[in-house]
Ligand binder design. Structure first.
Ligand code: 5GP
Length: 206
């Protein structure tokens, strides 16, 4: 990828961790961002809109995009495909934006492999498994079966938290938002290795 001036902020953590609420709290304070819209084969939930929350596609279409090598990363989560298309991310990075991903631990590891030098990663979690269960049950948007699946996934994901730059324990929304704001502002300062090399050459010559 050429001429990258932007940077990447990866957010992972279980549904119910408060990722969307946190982003809404800080979005006006962290400069120009592009919030990556993933493509998924999972059915649309009530209140969701195609092209806003996700690009909803059939499994056949998703597999075609895999073959065409259009994804920066993709993974199977809860039995459905989820992926990040390369093209809009590349454009946003070239425009110098902070690209924000809400992806799972597999996605983080793929993004680290491809864009590690400009990526800052944050794992966000409620203070405990029982608190996560309480939040998911209070939301009452999911069946008990789905809630159990999410809890199982959260238990697996938390094992890989050491792969992240930061762990945020979201027990107070305002306090956690303050921390995430600092991280997002700092994330933007990361430079790609190409940019650093070019700077070093220029620095030596001038
Ligand atoms: P949900 O179905 O609740 O919206 O998302 C389920 C999980 O999929 C979440 O952990 C979310 O972070 C993850 N996810 C959403 N989009 C992507 C993506 O493009 N790539 C990967 N690897 N994970 C994703």
């Amino acid at each position: 990828m050429s001429q990258i001036n932007g940077a990447v902020l990866v957010l992972s953590g279980p549904s119910g961790a408060g990722k969307s609420s946190l982003i809404n709290k800080i979005i006006d304070d962290i400069g120009e961002c592009y919030f990556s819209i993933s493509t998924t084969t999972r059915p649309m939930r009530e209140g969701e809109e195609d092209g806003v929350h996700y690009h909803f596609v059939s499994e056949e279409e998703f597999k075609r995009e895999i073959e065409e090598d259009q994804f920066l990363e993709y993974a199977v989560v809860h039995g459905n495909y989820y992926g990040t298309s390369m093209r809009p991310v590349k454009k946003a990075l070239e425009e110098g934006k902070l690209v924000i991903f809400d992806i799972d631990v597999q996605g983080n590891s793929a993004v680290q492999n491809r864009l590690g030098d400009i990526t800052t990663s944050v794992f966000i979690t409620p203070p405990s498994l029982s608190e996560l269960r309480r939040r998911l049950e209070n939301r009452s948007t999911d069946s008990q079966e789905v809630i159990n699946k999410r809890l199982e996934m959260a238990k697996r994901e938390i094992q890989r938290v050491s792969e992240y730059d930061f762990l945020l324990i979201n027990d107070d929304l305002d306090e956690t938002a303050d921390k995430l704001r600092l991280i997002a502002i700092t994330a933007r300062l990361k430079k790609s290795s190409d940019e650093i090399n070019a700077f070093v050459v220029k620095w030596e010559e001038s």
